[in-house]
Design a protein around this ligand. Structure first.
Ligand SMILES: [Fe+2]
Ligand SMILES: [Fe+2]
Length: 366
């Protein structure tokens, strides 16, 4: 059977393919009848599914992380794709190519890792440079860093997402520490080490979960352990350097209510916190644009960002508009949320107060 990917499904079609079950819940309707509420997934995104025919057999056999062959019809419900199933059956893992079901970074992890090492080599503080080099080239740390995700489901939540986030933060650190005249050695070290210990906080594999150590200790405190463990191996490692590195790690979540036992009290620590915040928010937006299943320009409500997100490209005019009539056309726009949006020819309307008003200037075909 040819694998159909979530991002290729257009709607109103009969589908038969294999997916991974991300969420599987038995629900009860207003009429008291049971049904199944399912989120299917593959390397291209998630798909909401319903099976209205309850069966105790299915409830027993299908769970989260099961590979399933499904058949049914793709419909639209409240602007979102919804797959109405007529069949669901378990498929053994040995019969599937697991790479088809795991989202990955678009960057090659080996290339990202080399870029990170080059930045470390460029540092002018010999102790911080040696500490970072020893940490990231440790066999087990390097292996995990190249594959781990940065989060369970929010930002950079895909294979090698942690390394992508760390490298992105580190590249921002190079530019911004110069711009704000702060010590780049500490900002770069903070960006490399701040989330590194997510390699102990999260599991690897198809369904990422928190480890016991992640739940009980967490990546901030594990970060301190790593600094201690590797700095003891470097002769005369300065106490105050270590103290400031530890402060950056303890303060990188920025506020007490976000799990930081200390708030940033040096310029370097504050900058690491701001870079981390910026990169995680931009990473979340990027993931929403790639995977949200709502049709049209707008995503569904994103709890983590507390807003809906405009998913299409903004208007872009490399050349002047030639005549008056072209300035205010009423375009018919068809946008698939998981594919590159088509180029737009109209300016964005002024922000208004409601979604229906915001979409008022456009006719959106679904
Ligand atoms: Fe963190
Ligand atoms: Fe982070």
């Amino acid at each position: 059977m040819t694998k159909l990917f979530v991002s290729d499904l257009q709607g109103k079609e009969e589908i038969e393919s294999i997916f991974l079950v991300k969420i599987f819940n038995t629900m009860e309707g207003k009429d008291g009848k049971k049904y199944f509420n399912i989120i299917l997934t593959d390397s291209s995104g998630d798909l909401e599914a319903r099976l209205w025919q309850y069966s105790p057999e299915i409830e027993k056999n299908i769970t989260k992380s099961t590979f399933v062959r499904v058949k049914g019809k793709l419909n639209f419900y409240q602007g979102r794709k919804q797959f109405i199933l007529t069949l669901i059956e378990k498929v053994p893992e040995s019969e599937v190519n697991t790479d088809d079901f795991v989202m990955k970074s678009v960057e090659d992890p080996e290339v990202m890792f080399k870029k990170l090492l080059t930045i470390i080599e460029s540092l002018s503080d010999v102790y911080i440079r040696d500490l970072l080099k020893n940490i990231v080239t440790d066999g087990e740390i390097a292996r995990r860093l190249k594959t781990w995700q940065a989060g369970k489901s929010i930002h950079h939540a895909y294979r090698s997402g942690l390394l992508e986030h760390i490298l992105s933060c580190t590249q921002l650190a190079q530019t911004l520490s110069k711009h704000y005249h702060v010590n780049p050695n500490y900002v770069i070290a903070g960006c490399i080490l701040h989330d590194l210990c997510k390699i102990y906080e999260l599991t690897d594999g198809i369904n990422v979960e928190y480890t016991e150590e992640g739940k009980l200790v967490g990546h901030l405190v594990k970060g301190l352990e790593i600094v201690d463990r590797f700095s003891y191996k470097i002769r005369n490692f300065p106490h105050y350097t270590k103290m400031h590195l530890k402060h950056i790690l303890l303060a990188h979540h920025g506020e007490y209510e976000y799990g930081s036992p200390k708030i940033p009290q040096t310029s370097e620590a504050y900058l690491v916190h701001l870079i981390d915040l910026m990169d995680s928010k931009m990473g979340t937006l990027d993931l929403i644009k790639k995977t949200d299943s709502a049709t049209g320009h707008w995503s569904g409500f994103v709890k983590h960002l507390d807003r809906i997100v405009y998913k299409s490209d903004l208007p872009f005019y490399p050349e002047y508009i030639q005549d008056e009539e072209e300035r205010y056309p009423q375009p018919t726009v068809t946008v698939s949320p998981v594919q590159s949006p088509k180029p737009r020819s109209a300016p964005i309307p002024e922000p208004k107060t409601s979604l229906s008003k915001m979409l008022g200037g456009y006719k959106v075909e679904e």
